[in-house]
Design a binder for this molecule. Sequence first.
Ligand SMILES: *[C@@H]1O[C@H](CO)[C@@H](O)[C@H](O)[C@H]1NC(C)=O
Ligand SMILES: *[C@@H]1O[C@H](CO)[C@@H](O)[C@H](O)[C@H]1NC(C)=O
Ligand SMILES: *[C@@H]1O[C@H](CO)[C@@H](O)[C@H](O)[C@H]1NC(C)=O
Ligand SMILES: *[C@@H]1O[C@H](CO)[C@@H](O)[C@H](O)[C@H]1NC(C)=O
Ligand SMILES: *[C@@H]1O[C@H](CO)[C@@H](O)[C@H](O)[C@H]1NC(C)=O
Length: 425
Amino acid sequence: MGNFGRVLAYAARTLALLPLITAKLQYGFPYGKEPVRGVSLGGWLIIEDFTTHSLFDNTDTRIVDEWTFCQYQNKSVARSALEKHWSTYITEDDFQQIQEAGLNHVRIPIGYWAFDLYPGDEYVQGQLPYLLKAVDWAEKYCLKIIIDLYGAPGSQNGFINSGHQLYTPGWQANQTNVDRTTALVQRLVAMFKDKTHVVPIIGVLNEPHGSPDDNTLPVATQFYTDSYYNVRYPSGENASETDLIMMMHDAFMGVDYWDGFLQPPQHKGVVLDTHIYQMFSDADNALSFDQHIERACKNASIMATSPLWPIIGEWTATATDCGKGLNGRFTGARYDGSIPGSVRVGSCTGLTGNASTFSAEYRQFLGQYFEAQTQAYEKGGLGWVMWSWKMEDVDEWSYQKGLEWGWIPQDLNQGNWPSICEGKW
Ligand SMILES: *[C@@H]1O[C@H](CO)[C@@H](O)[C@H](O)[C@H]1NC(C)=O
Ligand SMILES: *[C@@H]1O[C@H](CO)[C@@H](O)[C@H](O)[C@H]1NC(C)=O
Ligand SMILES: *[C@@H]1O[C@H](CO)[C@@H](O)[C@H](O)[C@H]1NC(C)=O
Ligand SMILES: *[C@@H]1O[C@H](CO)[C@@H](O)[C@H](O)[C@H]1NC(C)=O
Ligand SMILES: *[C@@H]1O[C@H](CO)[C@@H](O)[C@H](O)[C@H]1NC(C)=O
């Protein structure tokens, strides 16, 4: 073969490889080019009194989370209540409505016990077939799923939303817990690495406790590094990369804490999840409507400094902690001073519950705060995932109710408050 022939052969080989090269790192969604607009299916595959009171009403008063739900009542009673809940709370119709609302992502919280139950774990299994159904529905309605590991063995935060409320997190205190979580990440990767057009993102650990009082942060940091390789290079560090994205929560440290960690361009396919709620302190509850909105707008420039891909994976258009069960099954609220030691701001009446009790002024605020946040989170980062799609009777937290009552626009490209952040960025 002469030089010319070699050049031709080289060109032909390069051309033949081109689809492979360009096919590499085809994430399931044009992240960074189009905004992520999503909702969580909260309270579905991990139950919470806050989202679904009806499951908890009339149960033993020691029942405060999914662990105790399975511990303090007959397991078969728990199992049948859960089966009924999984099969009715979220159905294909929800996926259709989510698509019609112009949303493009659905975040699904799930616990380790859906996959792996140890002796002594109180939980009941049966969630996995519903996760797989959700993946099929998402594919049908062209929605993208973020699977988010909410409950790790031992609990990574001790919060109710991890399945098991504990005084201090237990996950980081026992390497067996961490190893089980790593094995679960590997299993999720094997399940979905060839289905990234429907499941583009795996959230490897939701809200690990970042407090200096325990050792969660260093353990979570090492776990994130390991998970990066498990998600991106499941066949070994120098083998081909997957198109799967690893999402890591900021462990309440703020996005800038993670500057330099798994940083691009050496590292690809990492999303940094952070949650914004302006209600979990007395001071936040005391802010005026305008102050809430101003803070939300300012978040755009704070997020924009991150070298990673920040996403607001949880937030709400609600400005108070009034929602029944938000702070725990039998816990009150800071806003009305019913949590002992909190500073009362005012009455919760008219701020929570059935939207028919909300004033026009309050509904207008919910709409303005919704749009201030969606605009800020799209401007400063990859976008947003609101908590939550459906709420049983805490309407101010419900995307569905917002659509129904009009504080959330039917067409997300045609909001009612396009200039809400003007002068506030
Ligand atoms: C749990 O409930 C089932 C069905 O009602 C019953 O057969 C079983 O004896 C109960 N088990 C216990 C430990 O109470
Ligand atoms: C760690 O967890 C495993 C599995 O739950 C248990 O067998 C073991 O005793 C625990 N180790 C410690 C030191 O608590
Ligand atoms: C991957 O390649 C680098 C550079 O050649 C090498 O240093 C590293 O040890 C390799 N890693 C594995 C797991 O083979
Ligand atoms: C949002 O703003 C608050 C201050 O109002 C700040 O504490 C938080 O870190 C910000 N988060 C992001 C992601 O910008
Ligand atoms: C909310 O209030 C409306 C009007 O009073 C009523 O029709 C509806 O049933 C209520 N919803 C719930 C969940 O109670």
